[in-house]
Design a protein around this ligand. Structure first.
Ligand code: ATP
Ligand code: MG
Length: 629
């Protein structure tokens, strides 16, 4: 290879590769040059990009939107994803999980067998589904419990084969109601999903704990601050479930954490001690006139009440998988909010059919059911079922539930079931008791259950992983059994474990960026070092840039060479934007054999000799991270 180049990008490619010698250390593979990277960066924030990480990934030429919730991963992004996948694979292999690849096109029969076809395709179901030319229904995999359980029931016959854990990394498809924030909530996205099979519950619990540790390592190795939080385990009940949340203001989830760090939960699941209610002053029970006071705020300010002295009533319609439409009446203390996830779980369990949809009942719906209007704003817990007589398709009794904080009130104010009237000084023995359970949202400031002297704090989180003890739900519905040591037939115990690979990569940017651009953690950066040649027309600069590039590559470091004929300022801006952790600037000082070394996260430049720069980089980039893609 000649020692100096001019306008290197214009040399015929053959010149590079036929010049003999050691290809690895003496030539620059074309793909590692910015001039050949198809890199298009944008100065302006794309109009439809809402959060910083999404804006930066688009501006930095990492991703391009192809359709709603559908993105192309451009070469820089693909390198990041490959690095994330590498970490995930290492940690999965480490705990003995076997990599596999399951079909994305899944026959409806499998989902009918588990009982999930209807829920995933009807109503707000998120499975893309289609019919083939033989009119057979198929779904595009949003998740793989059905496929894997079918395989397990076919392949696993004896306790001797257990435990076994399989994982795969592939694109998942979900017709999300609100795809948004770029890769955060896509309709096609990359997930690692794993499934484990066990002979008993204790063995499942031990794999679950192992996964939890592996997940913690994955997120740590990817440079993310992630918290494990108690998560909703749906209506299956009992089974443990944990989500891993990358804390960031742009997170869609609300998480509640105790200051001592011993409790952390998704708000969907979180429990707390509610503040005590203010006692309602004594006096005769009476009906009070409350014209126009149809909200808790209006009622409380007009009647000088504290919201905790009021029992409010919500009317909702639950659409069940069985096809039934169940009117639901929920009582809450006036200062508390309904937790819909808790309510859906309670209803699913008690009504013996999954809830597909839960929405407030409004005047229009009553009309279309042929029912009389209801005095919304003045409804009380004892609203009579007579109001539902003659409903066209709804069940004709209310399913009534109360949140514990409402059920614990001794005397309270509530609606009188007549427009513009409330009742003052009610109690449950007069109104009729309603089954009580925890149906409210825990909130920041509430006292913690595990330590009442601590108060919950809130943070926003991005769910990057979810581990789940499924128990025997799928093995039972799909008939996956093994023969035990004692010769009995028993259903398998199962766990499932997901990581949103593409979401994780974007979450890393959400956690690590500044005004100038992304700041990739070294372990998942598309390249570890970028060598920016300030003036590519300058032979000395270009030659020194090439040499440093080659030397770093020879040490196993992934390096990008900015060989574009752009102004230096443009190249520096792009380097900041694309966020490569280390930058070597080869400029005028090249004449003295010196370069500038800049760490992206610090942005302060050190002038060093070429040898010093290289040895600093070798020190900063540990051997285990020197993996070339
Ligand atoms: P969410 O509550 O955010 O909709 P989920 O609980 O439905 O997610 P899981 O079924 O637990 O998701 O999937 C495992 C992981 O896949 C999630 O922890 C998340 O990181 C990722 N993931 C889920 N949905 C999406 C999506 N639409 N786009 C990108 N990643 C996703
Ligand atoms: Mg989840």
């Amino acid at each position: 290879m000649p020692a100096t180049f001019q306008a290197i990008g214009t040399l015929p490619e053959a010149t590079f590769f036929c010049s003999g010698g050691n290809f690895q250390s003496h030539s620059t593979p074309i793909a590692m040059r910015v001039s050949r990277l198809m890199l298009v960066t944008l100065r302006d924030v794309p109009a439809d990009a809402e959060i910083a990480s999404q804006q930066l990934l688009i501006r930095g030429g990492y991703i391009r939107r192809v359709g709603s919730g559908i993105y192309a991963y451009l070469p820089l992004m693909w390198r990041v994803l490959q690095r994330v996948m590498r970490v995930v694979r290492e940690e999965m292999n480490q705990i003995g999980a076997l990599e596999t690849l399951l079909p994305q096109l899944q026959p409806a029969e499998l989902w009918e067998k588990s009982g999930r076809w209807q829920g995933y395709t009807a109503g707000e179901g998120i499975m893309f589904h289609l019919e083939d030319r033989q009119e057979r229904s198929l779904g595009l995999g949003p998740t793989h419990e059905e496929v894997i359980t079918e395989l397990a029931s076919d392949l696993l016959k004896s306790y001797r084969q257990l435990p076994v854990t399989l994982y795969q990394i592939q694109s998942k498809f979900r017709d999300e109601i609100r795809p948004r924030f770029g890769l955060m909530r896509g309709r096609e996205f990359i997930m690692k999903d794993a499934y484990s099979f066990h002979g008993d519950e204790a063995d499942l619990a031990s794999m679950y704990a192992e996964m939890e540790r592996a997940y913690t390592r994955v997120f740590q190795r990817c440079g993310l601050t992630a918290v494990g939080v108690d998560a909703d385990s749906g209506a299956i009940g009992g089974a443990a479930s944990q989500e891993f949340m990358v804390t960031a203001d742009a997170g869609e989830d609300l998480i509640l954490i105790s200051p001592d760090g011993d409790y952390a939960a998704n708000q969907e699941k979180a429990v707390s001690i509610a503040p005590p209610a203010l006692p309602l002053p004594g006096g005769e029970s009476q009906v009070i006139s409350t014209p126009g006071q149809i909200t808790i705020d209006a009622l409380c300010s007009a009647q000088s009440l504290d919201p905790s002295q009021v029992t409010k009533v919500l009317l909702l319609l639950a659409k069940l998988e069985s096809g039934d439409e169940q009117p639901v009446l929920v009582c809450l203390r006036g200062d508390q909010e309904l937790n819909e996830v808790k309510l859906v779980n309670a209803l699913t369990q008690q009504l013996d059919s999954p809830v597909l949809d839960l929405n407030p009942i409004n005047a229009e719906q009553l009309k279309s059911q042929g029912l009389q209007p209801l005095p919304f704003g003045s409804i009380g817990p004892d609203l009579s079922d007579d109001h539902l007589t003659g409903a066209r398709s709804w069940r004709n009794t209310f399913y009534k539930l109360a949140d514990t904080t409402a059920a614990e009130l001794d005397r309270f104010v509530c609606g009188a079931n007549t427009r513009d009237e409330h009742r003052w000084g009610c109690n449950w023995s007069d109104l009729g008791a309603i089954p009580a359970m925890d149906l409210r949202n825990a909130r920041a400031g509430d006292h913690c259950v595990h330590r009442p002297d601590q108060r919950l704090e809130e943070r926003r989180g991005i769910e990057v992983g979810h581990i789940f003890q499924l128990g025997r739900k799928y093995s039972q519905s799909m008939g996956a059994q093994i023969t035990t040591k004692e010769g009995k037939q028993e259903h398998l115990w199962m766990g499932c474990y997901g990581i949103g690979i593409s979401r994780l990569a974007q979450a890393a940017v959400e956690q690590h960026h500044d005004d100038a651009g992304m700041i990739w953690p070294l372990s998942i950066a598309p390249f570890q070092v970028i060598v920016v040649v300030a003036n590519v027309q300058d032979e000395v600069q270009m030659a020194l840039g090439e040499e440093i590039y080659n030397e770093l590559r020879a040490s196993g470091i992934d390096v990008l060479l900015d060989d574009r004929g752009e102004r230096a300022g443009v190249k520096f801006k792009d380097a900041d934007l694309i966020g490569i952790p280390w930058r070597v600037v080869v400029g005028r000082a090249a004449a003295e054999g010196n370069v500038e070394l800049v760490q992206r996260s610090e942005r302060d430049a050190n002038v060093l000799s070429r040898a010093e720069a290289i040895s600093s980089l070798l020190e900063a980039i540990p051997t285990e991270l020197r993996v070339q893609l």
